[in-house]
Design a binder for this molecule. Structure first.
Ligand code: SF4
Ligand code: SF4
Length: 300
């Protein structure tokens, strides 16, 4: 079974407890305006181009079968994505890392071999493997195969999901999942729709069903100014999750602009993705909405 993966990050400490290996799959069914992993959104291969690294050596122009790389009449190097079929030849021939291919099909075996390399670190730190994305649940067979096999090896499995999928899909992978990192964006469905492209009813229904299963849950909330950074939204979220039986904690993740530069490398505009970073004081205030319901909360 192959999955479509855009990164495997070893020694990750932000995607669940302990030291982890995070497998990032490519393809997402949300369009969060603040997304800091724009390379995770499309379910297709993409070419990233970093003009600041280009030394105009001309190699890409020589090898590209479709003429997507050329020098225009101003003497500038141009990459015309509309002509690109993602064959990867230019990437292989660029010695300066100005071109990078994003997304590759990987066998479950290959992923498991990488995950196994750090098994001692997981044991010593309480870590394991995390599937993130993109939306891992859009590749449920691949996720299940990897998780079934890592569980058999005694590795802790965490699934990072926005839960915007049919309940049956979540039920299918859950037997091998130890922890769900449940991403909740906004409690008001109209706000959710406007900010992510989809309403939240199915997500919230799935969240309630997950809370009734024997699986640990960490609720993760990106805090984005002007979208969901109100005490009203956090109070509603706290009310909604306070009776989840295996809720470990809430993690509030302040918006940061570290992904903004990636947009232009993919030929996309970052305008919609630029927000202010919330202050520490603001984050503490929002965290208090959970503390007052006796919900453990941390600010990343
Ligand atoms: S191969 Fe790389 S460095 Fe050379 S012209 Fe193309 S993008 Fe620039
Ligand atoms: S990936 Fe292939 S088609 Fe696309 S620009 Fe590079 S060489 Fe040309």
């Amino acid at each position: 079974m192959k999955g479509f993966v855009f990164n495997i990050q070893r020694f990750s400490i932000n995607d669940g407890p302990g030291i982890r290996t995070t497998v990032f799959v490519k393809g997402c069914n949300l369009r969060c305006r603040w997304c800091h992993n724009p390379e995770s959104i499309s379910p297709k291969q993409e070419i990233q181009y970093f003009p600041e690294k280009c030394v105009m050596c001309g190699k890409c122009m020589e090898v590209c079968p479709t003429g997507a790389h050329f020098i225009n009449h101003f003497g500038e190097k141009v990459f015309d994505r509309s002509k690109c079929n993602c064959c990867g030849l230019c990437v292989q021939n660029c010695l300066y890392d100005a071109l990078i291919q994003v997304g590759s099909y990987m066998e479950a075996d290959e992923v498991i071999e990488t995950v196994k390399k750090d098994i001692e670190y997981y044991r010593n730190s309480g870590g394991g493997v995390t599937f993130s994305g993109g939306e891992p649940m859009l590749q449920k067979e691949f996720v299940k195969e990897v998780f079934d096999r890592t569980k058999a090896l005694g590795i802790h499995n965490a699934l990072d999901t926005a839960a915007n999928v049919p309940w049956g899909d979540l039920e299918y992978v859950l037997p091998s999942v130890d922890l769900v990192l449940l991403d909740l964006k906004a409690m008001d469905s109209a706000v959710h729709q406007q900010a992510t492209g989809v309403p939240n009813e199915r997500i919230l229904e799935n969240a309630v069903k997950l809370s009734q299963k024997e699986v640990d849950i960490i609720v993760r909330i990106p805090v984005v100014p002007g979208i969901n950074d109100t005490e009203g939204n956090m109070n509603k979220t706290a009310e909604f999750i306070k009776d989840f039986k295996r809720l470990a904690r809430v993690e509030l993740l302040p918006y940061h602009d570290m992904g903004v530069d990636k947009y232009s490398s993919l030929g996309k505009s970052a305008n919609e993705a630029v927000f202010e970073t919330p202050s520490r004081e603001k984050m503490e205030k929002l965290a208090a909405c959970f503390s007052k319901h006796n919900i453990a909360v941390c600010v990343e």
